[in-house]
Design a protein around this ligand. Structure first.
Ligand code: ADP
Ligand code: MG
Length: 830
């Protein structure tokens, strides 16, 4: 049995597919229920006693729409579930996806049971959605699930089809317009490593929307024109409407017409089999031309092109820097989509791969490079007279790869031969001995397969336990890039009582990754107390945005009661965040003073968006926006005020829509609104960024002046060097235009200031005098008195190191309420 995973699955919003890598080639399994097709509609239907997946389930929509579910991938990672009438129960997106995966297993006609698999996810899937996808895999019975991003999969499919030097260093876009979603990703190859550099997308745009448009803009108006209906649209679209079942028929007809229009310049839709409100039999033939259809979808297609432009701008790329735009997803069969993309961007639309199976094919290629981790104990090894233990690199960019093997068994009078499968290499018949070494020549950018055969002296094949030798000299994948920033919430010292985000990992960082950040605690926590806490909140989403605009991945709360010792303000908390390749998040916090570690692993599978919380967040954001508009107007910054007023209109729409949601709304709406709200929050941030930049720059210059003064008076060489290094990078970090980056540098300067201060006699004496005033309030009178005496002596004898220690000792003796507790939510920050 092969030691690599080999199976790849595209778990699509509308269609799914399964493929397998077999000796250098990928086969896509065909759908046994649907002759000639290799995809499975991602639709699940329920009857009392049976579950159906695929085309049959889709047809069932017309009979009992309330017992059929599709497009559930959009809700992956949410707590939402779908109510199913036939069984009177609900199913989660994870459970429904597991049904699709199980159905795909029946495509595999090789009799194997699959334990390890590569599943694809959109590049936009966050940690929660990725974990939910893995969970669906486990529920479907797979023991090992490896995730791969769809645009990488599509690119791998293309790269392996090309197998040529054309795939040298370069960059291109993957344009994936499927049934329910649009994704575009910028892919780069450098030194043989392929990676998603950036991505954009719309989770609510795809072929299904075109079908809906056809129904709403062509079919319904034509029906209303010819027949008499009071409220046809509602009667079709509402679940309780009298023509609801007909709605699904119209959608299907619309899809058929749309697909026909990809090949022909006009298509006909026949609608019959029901009566209008006056009892007239409906019998209508509607012709739609390709140009009418093109006109209808133009705005949507242009929207996708806008997203491409955003990516290009972000990376300072021009369209001529792109080699091509790789078209995938069923909706890229639409000629207008290809044409419009080429026309506007002036980059060739590359339609060389099959847009509906490319992702599954690429997943299988990737699977061939991934080691199986599932135990193979249940499959006993073949017993052979000759046993071969081979060792070689399974992936190599060399021209030749050394193959070495140790042979056990009687090798007398035996021979061997190694042949490359494409016939390009033959070692010739050689004498078998207990050790063999062979240089195997590799074909570049390809999977190289060799077979080692053992013969006796009459050239009869002798059975061995040797598997095929497979060496991938194709592209490596440099891990999975992080889809969004990962940040941590910290106290905002500039705005007491508020918090801000601190970047831990930047979007597009390649996983796995790990980082430790030390922070000073800004409050003292006494052991045993139950009201003082430190809260470590790890979030995903842009670190430039407001903490509340991001999604929390999990948090650790440390309460005084859990502590073995008191921890005081100023002591260190070290926070380590680790993300594994399969997106498990581990957060640990080490408290220096208590010598205690708190650690937890999160693999959040659900995003919980209760409607009341969403409403609250929209109100908060609205208030913040009003404030920003006022500030911009006051400072006569009319440009910003204008931008913000536009955002205000958008937010008002979101707010109205949110307010009209019922608490138990079951549609996608809340996630759509939450996405919109988050995007608006990010735009508010970027519109007001210059203001924040000015503020942090002012702060930077103040700190720089103070630092310079102190350095002149009492700095050491090391501090002066650090200072000069920071100042030397000034142009560079100002140019990033990132308030966070500039703030980081201010913080570094502050820490020099802090170090110098804590050894200057004036500062130390000032602190000491201040503490002396508070002595009567201190916890331990005897100890504090003797420390004060020692302090006086230290000043007399000018022992400043000692005075520093004494100050720390005295701070510790301060009663809780008089310790200058910053108004704090989190408990630490920098
Ligand atoms: P997903 O990735 O969302 O699972 P696919 O990539 O399989 O979906 O795309 C499915 C969509 O492609 C459907 O909306 C389908 O109507 C559309 N589609 C398939 N073939 C064609 C065609 N020849 N012309 C236009 N649209 C097509
Ligand atoms: Mg797809």
């Amino acid at each position: 049995m092969d030691s690599t995973i080999n199976f790849g699955i595209d778990l699509g919003t509308t269609n799914s597919a399964i493929a397998k890598f077999v000796k250098g080639e990928v086969i896509v399994f065909t759908n046994p229920q649907d002759y000639g097709r290799s995809t499975l509609p991602s639709v699940v239907s329920y009857k009392k006693d049976k579950i159906t997946v695929g085309s049959k389930a889709k047809e069932f929509l017309e009979k009992d729409p309330k017992s059929v579910v599709g497009v559930f991938k959009r809700k992956m990672g949410t707590t939402e579930s779908f109510k199913i009438k036939a069984i009177n129960e609900s199913r989660t997106p994870v459970e429904l996806s597991a049904q699709v995966l199980k159905e795909l297993k029946t495509f595999v006609n090789t009799g194997e049971s699959i334990e390890s698999v590569v599943l694809t996810i959109p590049a936009s899937f966050d940690l929660i959605q990725s974990n939910a996808t893995k969970e669906a895999g486990y529920q479907a019975g797979f023991k090992q699930v490896v995730l791969l991003q769809e645009p990488i999969a599509a690119s791998l499919a293309y790269a392996n089809m090309k197998k040529s030097s054309e795939m040298s260093d370069g960059q291109w876009l993957v344009y994936d317009l499927g049934g329910g979603t649009f994704d575009v990703a910028l892919i780069k190859i450098k030194d043989g490593e392929m990676k998603v550099v950036d991505h954009e997308g719309d989770n609510f745009l795809g072929g299904a929307d075109f079908d809906t448009m056809l129904v709403e803009k062509f079919l319904i108006p034509k029906l209303n024109e010819k027949y008499t209906f009071n409220n046809l649209e509602d009667d079709l679209k509402s679940a309780s409407g009298k023509h609801n079942a007909k709605y699904y028929i119209l959608l299907r007809r619309a899809e058929e017409a749309k697909i026909l229009l990809s090949a022909k310049s006009a298509a006909e839709v026949v609608i019959d089999g029901f009566e209008d409100d006056q009892g007239n039999e409906v019998d209508l033939e509607i012709t739609i031309t390709r140009s009418e259809f093109n006109e209808m979808i133009r705005a949507s297609v242009d929207g996708t092109i806008e997203m491409i432009k955003e990516i290009l701008t972000r990376h300072s790329l021009r369209s001529i820097d792109l080699q091509y735009i790789l078209m995938v997803g069923g909706s890229t069969y639409i000629p207008y989509v290809r044409q419009r993309v080429e026309e506007i961007l002036q980059v060739p639309a590359n339609c060389e791969i099959d847009p509906t199976t490319a992702v599954a094919v690429g997943a299988a290629y990737y699977a061939a490079t991934k080691q199986r981790e599932v135990s193979k104990e249940d499959k006993p090894k073949k017993q052979s007279a000759i046993s071969i233990k081979a060792s070689y690199n399974k992936a190599s960019k060399e021209k030749d790869e050394l193959f070495a093997a140790r042979i056990t068994g009687n090798t007398d009078e035996l021979f061997y031969k190694i042949v490359r499968q494409d016939g390009g290499f033959d070692s010739g018949l050689k004498k078998l001995s207990t050790r063999i070494n062979e240089d195997l020549p590799l074909v570049d950018n390809s999977y190289n397969f060799f077979t080692l055969t053992v013969y006796d002296s009459q050239n009869n094949v002798i059975e061995t336990d040797m598997e095929a030798i497979g060496i991938n000299s194709g592209f490596g994948i440099s891990g999975q890039p992080l889809p969004e920033d990962i940040c941590i919430e910290v106290d905002d010292y500039d705005n007491p009582g508020l918090t801000r985000l601190l970047l831990v990992f930047q979007r597009n960082t390649v996983l796995p990754t790990k980082r430790t950040l030390p922070f000073p605690l800004n409050k003292t926590i006494l052991k045993g107390s139950d009201d003082e806490v430190i809260r470590i909140n790890v979030l995903q989403g842009s670190h430039m945005s407001l903490p509340e605009a991001n999604k929390s991945l999990g948090y650790i709360t440390i309460i005084g009661k859990q502590l073995k010792r008191d921890v005081s303000k100023g002591s260190d908390i070290e926070i380590t965040v680790t993300l594994s390749e399969s997106q498990d998040l581990t957060v640990s916090a080490y408290l220096n003073m208590a010598d205690q570690e708190f650690k937890e692993t999160f693999n959040p599978k659900e995003r919980h968006t209760p409607i009341d919380l969403l409403k609250e967040q929209v109100i908060d954001l609205s208030e913040k926006l009003d404030e920003e508009i006022d500030q911009a107007s006051e400072s006569e910054d009319y440009e910003t005020a204008g931008t913000l007023n536009k955002l205000k209109l958008e937010l008002d729409n979101v707010s109205d829509a949110t307010e009209s949601l019922t608490i138990d709304d079951v549609t996608d709406k809340r996630y759509q609104l939450e996405d919109k709200k988050r995007k608006i929050a990010q735009e508010i941030d970027s519109a007001t960024k210059h203001k924040r930049i000015k503020k942090v720059k002012d702060h930077y210059f103040e700190t720089k002046d103070e630092c310079e003064k102190l350095l002149d008076e009492s700095g050491n060489d090391h501090e002066r060097k650090t200072f000069n290094d920071i100042v030397g990078q000034e142009q560079a970090f100002f140019a990033t235009n990132s308030p966070i980056k500039i703030q980081e540098k201010s913080d570094e300067l502050s820490s020099i200031v802090h170090k110098i201060n804590w050894r200057t006699p004036e500062f130390l004496t000032g602190i000491f005098n201040w503490l002396r005033n508070d002595q009567p309030k201190m916890n331990n009178q005897v100890q504090s008195k003797s420390l004060i005496d020692a302090g006086k002596f230290a000043i007399e004898s000018q022992n400043w190191d000692r005075l520093k220690e004494i100050n720390f000792g005295l701070i510790d003796l301060l009663p809780k309420d008089s310790k200058q507790q910053l108004s704090t939510k989190i408990g630490f920050g920098i």
